[in-house]
Design a protein around this ligand. Structure first.
Ligand SMILES: C[S@@+](CC[C@H](N)C(=O)[O-])C[C@H]1O[C@@H](n2cnc3c(N)ncnc32)[C@H](O)[C@@H]1O
Length: 415
């Protein structure tokens, strides 16, 4: 079988790594989070994160969606703060999102190859990997996946098409991505009836007027058709209501189709390049468990903000050895009011602070080790302000409050 070779290629392997739990979160109003969380959100380089997960999850993950950097040689900016959703781009603040910059293709392949091999090890024997790329590197990736999974394990080469402006005048506009799906074995989950779509109205009309139109094959017009391997979904443009401001965010509808087709309720869906967390938000909505990781704190924070607005069970936030959120030094004690003894204990923050915050959360019984987040407020995705008051269960212990500013800095107050 032909394989792809490059000068620095080495056999893929795992690395020594460990994870630490930072916090456990129950979405607002669900009570105090006790015990282990079934959903995991992890900050860190995914080579280390996946290596650390092998012991518990080798052969266990039902579906992996991977949307890595595409080898675009760009530094992608994130748009943050108030006004991001406005029609006036001059009001946006931009900060570093993530870097997709490589000295050469060898360095890129050195990143991709061992990570795809780890995903293969983590997959359940009946699991599927969807790898999302575009013309920059999908041809290399296909050979890597043939080598890791076997060429006969290619399930689909999916083309996702979309519209959008483009400066290109010397070629056709490049308006599709390629998603390669590979299964770990010949036995795999594919829920065809969950992803059927209505037939084109012309097809329906033709068969209704002439049942013989299909040369003996009569489609089940009621049940709908199996989608082709080319999909149209609009991209997340500036005024799209799913938009978080995190760069290269993918549409929920795209992930919904992938998750419905290749996993079942209760299964584990993982995304180790999670960005703003589209896949895991959809996994949560569809009753799947999830594991998500990203090397950028901003991505983890964007994912958490979306997750707490989606009903579901507890989530743990973990960090790979050296990965930590940036620390802030804010002195905010005077801006916080605590109502501990009333019938409805609550904590409120000054209006001036709401302008600066992306997120804040409360542990009403701080044990000095793991933050048990019993109440959270996040900046709404589109319009409106972050909540300035949160109710807490009255546990009578030491209270810890954490604040994340729009620039990502985290600070804490203990009372
Ligand atoms: C294309 S974006 C993912 C976008 C995501 N699908 C969404 O809908 O928002 C790629 C992500 O991979 C992350 N990333 C790149 N290299 C990584 C690595 N070695 N470990 C973990 N995350 C990484 C980047 O920080 C970035 O957030």
């Amino acid at each position: 079988m032909p394989t792809l070779n490059w000068s620095s290629k080495t056999p893929p392997s795992s690395v020594p790594a460990s994870l630490q739990t930072d916090s456990i979160l129950f979405p607002q109003g669900k009570g105090y989070p006790h015990g282990k969380a079934e959903n995991r959100l992890i900050l860190g380089d995914n080579l280390n994160v996946m290596s650390a997960l092998l012991e518990e999850y080798e052969g266990c993950i039902n579906l992996i969606y991977a949307d890595p950097p595409f080898f675009t040689n760009k530094r992608w900016k994130a748009r943050v703060g108030r006004g991001e959703d406005s029609r006036r781009p001059e009001e946006w603040d931009t900060v570093e999102g993530y870097t997709d910059y490589w000295p050469n293709i060898e360095t890129y392949l050195d990143m991709l190859f061992p990570r795809l091999a780890l995903m293969h090890r983590l997959l359940h024997p009946e699991g599927t990997l969807y790898l999302h790329l575009d013309w920059h590197a999908n041809h290399y990736a296909r050979l890597l996946l043939d080598e890791i999974f076997g060429p006969d394990r290619l399930l689909n080469e999916i083309i996702w098409t979309y519209h959008g402006p483009s400066p290109i005048r010397s070629a056709f506009n490049r308006k599709h991505d390629t998603i390669l799906s590979y299964t770990k074995s010949a036995e795999y989950t594919f829920n065809v009836d969950d992803v059927r779509e209505p037939y084109n109205p012309n097809t329906v009309k033709t068969f209704q007027s002439s049942p013989k139109a299909g040369f003996g094959k009569v489609p089940d017009l009621e049940r709908g058709k199996v989608p082709e391997d080319w999909w149209y979904f609009p991209v997340i443009a500036r005024l799209h209501n799913e938009r978080t401001g995190y760069p290269t965010q993918k549409p929920e509808a795209l992930l919904e189709r992938i998750i419905l087709a290749s996993s079942n309720p209760g299964d584990i869906v993982a995304d180790f390049f999670c960005g703003s967390g589209t896949s895991v938000v959809m996994a949560r909505k569809l009753g799947r468990r999830f594991i998500a990781s990203d090397a950028q704190w901003r991505a983890i924070q964007a994912t958490r903000n979306r997750l707490i607005q989606t009903p579901g069970i507890a989530i743990s936030l973990e960090m790979e050895s050296q990965a930590r959120p940036p620390r802030g030094e804010a002195d905010i004690r005077d801006l916080v009011t605590i109502q501990r003894d009333s019938a409805h204990p609550s904590i409120s923050i000054a209006e001036s602070l709401t302008e600066e915050l992306d997120y804040w959360e409360i542990d009403p019984d701080w044990d000095g080790k793991i933050f048990h987040s019993a109440a959270q407020a996040a900046r709404p995705l589109r319009k409106g302000k972050i909540a300035s008051e949160l109710n807490i269960p009255s546990l009578g212990g030491k209270i810890a409050i954490r604040f994340i500013k729009i620039d990502g800095e985290q600070s804490a107050l203990y009372v």
